[in-house]
Ligand binder design. Structure first.
Ligand code: HEM
Length: 369
């Protein structure tokens, strides 16, 4: 199926199986008037529904005296499973728009974490737009046209493109590998289990914020990898860093990628845990009681001119029902002890409340604005 419906109870692009590419954009609102934001979301919704169906925005106009209603680079291209997902950052709930009382109580900027090395140009945003598609030009076209429609109401704050192995290169769609060479996404919860998705991903009415019911909270971290250092470390060190075998993706000491994680198994000779207690998986898994849905992409953004090294890593994205109960405690454990911190450093950070979906005739954000 090449086209993913835009309308529905939930926004597409959250439990949707990952596409090949992402174009992520954070925006800042430049008006003080909430009705301008509402109007922009109405236009964004119509344009997005049109674009994900593979059509051009507006009436195709041939008037040589007017700019065309669509920038045109996606003409004749297939929908490419494009999804467009919108969210609001905590700063949208400050005094500017009178939305202070609508902020979900547990939705705040993230606290600082020990290993953070954040740079302001990769942080924050009043709004976010996550576009994913199997074609980068289709994804870029969507971001570009939404930014164009936003003119006068919102401006781009930061953007990041990302990729993973394509479905052409891996027709069986096995777990993709990140730029450190490890399968990434293995232990994700099953997105076809709707009961589980209601527990882990979708905000519920009992959570107390009516306008977010059916939405989800997103954490985005732009994590730069110290690729050159990693590439000089031994296979054993690499596998001890994650707590999994590189080739199979299986937990250390197990054979199959999807074998369960046994943190209490001890090595017969050393008496130490087979999966090191400071490994990424041991710390992220903990007692297994906290889950989240990870939907990350690799990024490569050219050279860091200061060091002459690649600026590449992971655009980590996770969706959860409550950041305080899910993302924050896990990230705290990782920031304090993760062996991966030798090889990865968090440069960017943002959180967004991603709205519930809407039906035809409605608009994304209608429950808030
Ligand atoms: C598991 C990579 C950052 C949360 C994993 C796995 C890999 C990986 C290879 C094992 C396979 C899998 O289950 O997907 C990375 C890399 C990161 C990163 C390269 C940054 C450069 C993070 C962050 C969080 C996180 C920031 C959340 C705060 C998790 C969780 C698991 C996991 C919850 C599953 C643990 C389990 O229950 O088995 N990650 N990760 N990761 N990671 Fe990360």
């Amino acid at each position: 199926q090449d086209s993913i419906p835009f309308y529905g109870a939930h926004q597409a692009g959250i439990i949707t199986p990952s596409q090949n590419f992402i174009c992520f954009a954070a925006f800042d609102v430049i008006t003080d008037n909430v009705s301008d934001i509402r109007k922009m979301f109405q236009k964004w919704t119509t344009a997005s529904a049109t674009m994900v169906s593979g059509s051009l925005i507006g009436n195709v106009n041939d008037n040589p005296n007017l700019p065309p209603s669509d920038t045109g680079e996606a003409a004749e291209l297939s929908p490419s499973r494009c999804t467009i997902t919108f969210g609001a950052g905590p700063s949208l709930f400050d005094a500017r728009f009178g939305l202070q009382n609508k902020r979900p109580p547990s939705f705040q900027e993230l606290p600082p974490f020990k290993a953070d090395s954040l740079e302001p140009e990769w942080c924050g945003g009043d709004l976010c737009v996550q576009v994913c598609a199997d074609d980068l030009q289709v994804a870029f076209h969507a971001i570009r046209n939404l930014a164009r429609i936003a003119r006068g109401t919102a401006v781009l704050r930061w953007t990041q493109e990302g990729f993973q192995r394509s479905t052409q290169a891996d027709p069986k769609a096995t777990t993709p590998r990140n730029l450190l060479g490890f399968k990434d996404g293995t232990a994700n919860p099953n997105v076809t289990d709707s009961k589980l998705m209601n527990e882990v991903v979708w905000s519920q009415s009992v959570d107390g914020t009516a306008w977010m019911t059916g939405g989800s909270y997103m954490a985005v971290r732009r994590v730069r990898m110290r690729i050159e250092v990693w590439d000089r470390s031994t296979l054993k060190d690499q596998e001890d860093t994650f707590g999994r075998h590189r080739h199979s993706g299986a937990p250390l000491g197990s054979k199959d990628e999807f074998d369960s994680i046994k943190l209490d198994a001890l090595d017969a000779t050393t008496g130490k845990p087979v999966i090191p207690s400071n490994s990424h998986v041991a710390l992220a898994h903990g007692d297994g009681s906290i889950q989240m849905l990870r939907r990350s992409y690799s990024y490569s953004s050219g050279l860091d001119l200061k060091t002459g090294q690649l600026d590449a890593g992971l655009l980590f994205i996770s969706f959860q029902r409550d950041l305080q109960k899910q993302f924050i405690p896990i990230q705290q454990r990782l920031a304090n002890n993760d062996k991966l911190n030798e090889y990865a450093v968090h440069k960017g950070s943002a959180v967004f409340a991603c709205f519930p979906g809407t039906t035809e005739g409605g608009f994304i954000g209608e429950t808030l604005f």
